[in-house]
Unconditional design. Structure first.
Length: 223
């Protein structure tokens, strides 16, 4: 049952990617909450609006901020004491003819079969790690706050700026650093955030290519 719960959680994690009432209603059955939870009574918070059917969840939590809040919470609860694997993912997520895992009931986006181990590793870094992904989780952000699909692309820089501000804003935020110099005040104003900040990997000191400032990042901030 724990395996089923873990997989159900992964499905719910991406619920916010769906749009349209028909897709939302289809997803309610597809996520199969009722497979493990016999009723909503013990699942919903005490002050939550009373609902007798899990399909009603996606009326409010089918997309947007409400979906992100639900996915982060459900994922954290169900996977807090366990680790997902490619096998557990596929027990709940449908696959296409090529064996690629479908994330939503609509069939898109998908994760290629060969990428499943990488997906699991990244999800683990979000759950608990010293990586930037976990720092975002502690701020209440789930996967779809940054990702609209699994494939990596160059759009994350714009997403970083949308939340944290441009270089001018970051210069002000790190103005009082104890480092030899302000890391965001440089002669390279077009440097992408991701040249240094890795969500699921260790921080990379891009400046060390030429300089010896010794920039480091931790979950508590720059050192």
């Amino acid at each position: 049952m724990k395996t089923i719960i873990a997989c159900t959680t992964m499905a719910i994690l991406f619920a916010g990617l769906m749009i349209g009432s028909n897709t939302v209603q289809a997803a309610a059955t597809w996520f199969q909450c009722a497979t493990c939870h016999l009723s909503t009574t013990k699942v919903l918070p005490t002050k939550h609006v009373k609902k007798s059917d899990f399909s009603a969840c996606f009326t409010c939590h089918g997309a947007g901020r409400a979906a992100r809040a639900l996915s982060g919470k459900v994922h954290s609860i169900h996977l807090a004491k366990g680790t997902a694997t490619p096998e557990t993912c596929l027990e709940c997520h449908p696959v296409d003819a090529a064996g690629n895992m479908q994330i939503t009931a609509a069939g898109q986006p998908v994760v290629k079969k060969a990428d499943l181990p990488d997906l699991v590793q990244k999800m683990a870094s979000w759950l608990k790690s010293d990586k930037l992904a976990h720092a975002h989780r502690k701020k209440g952000l789930s996967c779809q706050a940054c990702h609209s699909s699994y494939d990596e692309d160059d759009s994350y820089n714009e997403k970083c700026i949308a939340c944290h501000g441009n270089y001018d804003a970051m210069i002000q935020k790190t103005a009082n650093t104890k480092l030899p110099r302000n890391p965001h005040k440089s002669h390279y104003p077009t440097l992408k955030c991701t040249n240094c900040h890795q969500s699921h990997d260790v921080f990379k000191d891009f400046c060390a290519t030429c300089h010896g400032f010794g920039f480091k990042w931790s979950a508590s901030g720059l050192k």
